[in-house]
Design a protein around this ligand. Structure first.
Ligand code: ADP
Length: 638
């Protein structure tokens, strides 16, 4: 069973990593392409706007050239000069009408030498000096053609109100730039002086083409550029190719920001602008009159939507590329998943089988890559473990059988020792009794050598009996039958008794037995503690040289009594210090031979001390002596 939470699984991580790996370049690509397209868009838009401006200017210039040519033709015409010279106003009017009809200016006006109107194409009114300012500029000079503002007073006799008047819609809060232009005309004006052969100023001719509501320029530009073009008189739209509610969007006002920038500050404005009903990328250029005064603006604009569509297109393409990238990432992670995770899961399953002891189950990875190799090695390992496991089980079975047999044998041995020891003890007691009877002369007098022989026999009987006692004790211990009779005993008294008992043995070697034992009562089996102390002191006597002394001490330490038996004997090699507490262990065979003994004493002591929940150990220095330590709890209650 898979216990790893889904988010932590290698497969999940792989999918996440793949998605991240796929997304990073896509996002970067998206950012870079958006940035590039924005830059490109701005550049293209700027170029387009400049192109549009140039186109619009060219169209205006063409128109100016046309009207200039017409006027030049007018003043060079002999009829004009003769009629002006003769003040033939009727003829002049005819000429004015004819010029107007052939070359389509909105009106033609003739002036006399003082600038008074002598004939006009659009009415019979004469004698006014409506165009005084314009006329003055050509006196003693050449003519000129330019864009001019003709205010409503100057054109009042031209019958062009129909062409000029525009309803101004809306206001701009902080400025009022509409009043000054109300009913004024922006016009392409050409005015040329007319001289006689002697160079005397006869008058002048003026042709004017009103731009208000004249859409020829803006439509020509639209034909060429497909974009929006508008002519402003001051801040009011007077001609445009932008449609609004089915008509031309004229009469509306430019924004204050653009007005200030272009009309007041005289700079070309580039930027976004909301025109009628959509956003445009625009340029507004000032229009100057012949006095270099800004009289309006030329606007060109290209709808932003074209470029936004391009941008959206790129964004969509990036999105599609992103989706494809993601899809590829998912497919790749799926394939990796199949190639790595599946074999890994198989191997994990295999490891679980092995840990559950199902070595016969085989991991199936049929790829011929490293995983395939790993699976083969894994299966081989499982087979080997299976074989070893079978062997181990067999050995364990054998061991168990052997162990049981040994245990049985050991039990038999202990029983045998117990029986034999027990059976030996009775006759031995009887033998000892009889030997003592003979030795003490009860059975009659014996000579010295007989006595010596019997004494040796008696000593060996004692040794034999002690050996049997020890063997009996040990077999009891092994069978858990060593019984303890715990009572309050005085340790000092026990030590005194043991010393008293062993004094003869010590005296034989002139060894002094000293004691420094505190008067302490403990809970213990008196006979067994006596047995332990007897054994330790006896050993001390046995392994001490003659004329030495042995010290038995006992002090109270917290809840324990600490007993020490110290001699200045042969000492015990370090390597043997623990082993001497094992059964039948003696330091070396020569000692054994010299000193006798069975190697059982200390083993019995250890068992007795431990049965009292105490501990026993030895500290010794070779050649200097040994100290046997015993720790016994004062009370054995837990
Ligand atoms: P044994 O009957 O041989 O004395 P023990 O179990 O009492 O058996 O002692 C085991 C061995 O430990 C001894 O044979 C001896 O080599 C060593 N040993 C015991 N007590 C001393 C001691 N006081 N000094 C030196 N060696 C000792």
């Amino acid at each position: 069973m898979n216990t790893i939470p889904p988010i932590k699984r290698l497969g999940t991580k792989l999918i996440i990593y793949s998605i991240i790996t796929a997304l990073i370049p896509i996002v970067m690509l998206g950012a870079v392409s958006t940035d590039t397209i924005n830059t490109e868009m701005t550049k293209q838009a700027q170029e387009k706007i400049n192109d549009d401006l140039n186109t619009a200017e060219s169209v205006v210039n063409l128109k100016l050239d046309k009207i200039s040519s017409l006027n030049k033709y007018i003043i060079s015409n002999d009829n004009t000069i003769t009629s002006l010279k003769n003040n033939n106003t009727v003829e002049l009017k005819t000429l004015a009408i004819s010029y107007k009809n052939t070359s389509a200016p909105d009106f033609v006006v003739f002036f006399d030498g003082q600038g008074n109107v002598v004939a006009r194409s659009n009415s019979d009114v004469t004698g006014d000096n409506s165009y005084e300012d314009l006329f003055k500029k050509v006196v003693n000079s050449t003519g000129y053609t330019s864009i001019e503002v003709l205010d409503k007073d100057s054109i009042k006799y031209e019958n062009v109100a129909e062409l000029v008047n525009i309803d101004i819609k809306g206001t701009e809060d902080s400025i009022d730039y509409s009043d000054s232009v109300q009913d004024s005309a922006m016009a392409l004006v050409s005015i040329e002086p007319i001289y006689d052969k002697n160079g005397k100023l006869l008058g002048a001719a003026m042709a004017a083409d009103i731009l208000n509501k004249d859409y020829s320029i803006v439509d020509t530009v639209k034909d060429a550029s497909k974009d929006a073009t508008t002519i402003f008189l001051d801040g009011v739209r007077i001609s445009t190719n932008v449609q609004d509610n089915g008509g031309r969007a004229i009469g509306t006002l430019v924004s204050e920001e653009v007005y200030n920038h272009v009309v007041l500050d005289g700079k070309t404005y580039y930027g976004r602008a909301f025109v009628v009903n959509e956003w445009y990328l625009t340029a507004y250029e000032p229009i100057y009159d012949s006095d270099n005064k800004i009289i309006g603006m030329l606007f060109v604009g290209t709808p932003e939507s074209k470029f936004l569509a391009l941008q959206a297109n790129v964004r969509n393409q990036t999105f599609v590329v992103g989706l494809i990238g993601l899809l590829i990432a998912l497919i790749v992670s799926y394939l990796i998943n199949r190639g790595i995770i599946k074999p890994l899961e198989q191997l994990k399953q295999g490891a679980e089988w092995v840990s559950n002891g199902r070595y016969d189950q085989k991991v199936i990875v049929d790829s011929d890559d490293e995983f395939g190799e790993l699976a083969k090695a894994f299966n081989k390992m499982a087979t080997q473990i299976n074989i070893s496991d079978e062997k181990l089980k067999k050995h364990a079975e054998e061991l168990k059988t052997s162990y049981n047999e040994l245990k049985e044998l050991d039990k038999l041995k202990s029983e045998l020792i117990a029986i034999v020891s027990h059976e030996l003890r009775t006759p031995l007691t009887s033998i000892k009794g009889y030997v003592e009877l003979v030795l003490d002369g009860t059975m009659g007098t014996i000579n010295d050598s007989q006595k010596k022989c019997l004494q040796v026999a008696d000593d060996n009987i004692v040794r034999l009996r002690r050996l049997i006692e020890s063997m009996l004790d040990l077999s009891k211990i092994e069978r858990g039958e060593l019984e303890m009779y715990r009572e309050k005993v005085n340790l000092k008294a026990i030590v005194c008794d043991v010393i008293e008992y062993l004094k003869p043995l010590a005296t034989e070697k002139n060894i002094k037995l000293n004691k420094e034992v505190e008067d302490i009562a403990i809970e213990a089996d008196k006979d067994r503690i006596t047995q332990v102390l007897t054994n330790l002191i006896e050993n001390a006597i046995k392994f001490s040289p003659a004329n030495e002394s042995i010290l038995v001490s006992g002090v109270l330490e917290e809840e324990h009594i600490h007993l020490k038996v110290t001699d200045r004997g042969a000492g015990i090699p370090k390597k043997d210090m623990e082993k001497i507490f094992n059964r039948f262990y003696q330091v070396d065979s020569s000692t054994k031979r010299k000193k006798g003994g069975s190697g059982l004493g200390l083993a019995v002591c250890k068992s007795i001390v431990e049965a009292h929940k105490g501990s026993i150990w030895v500290e010794s220095e070779l050649g200097k002596g040994s100290t046997f330590h015993i720790i016994l709890p004062i009370s054995t209650k837990d």
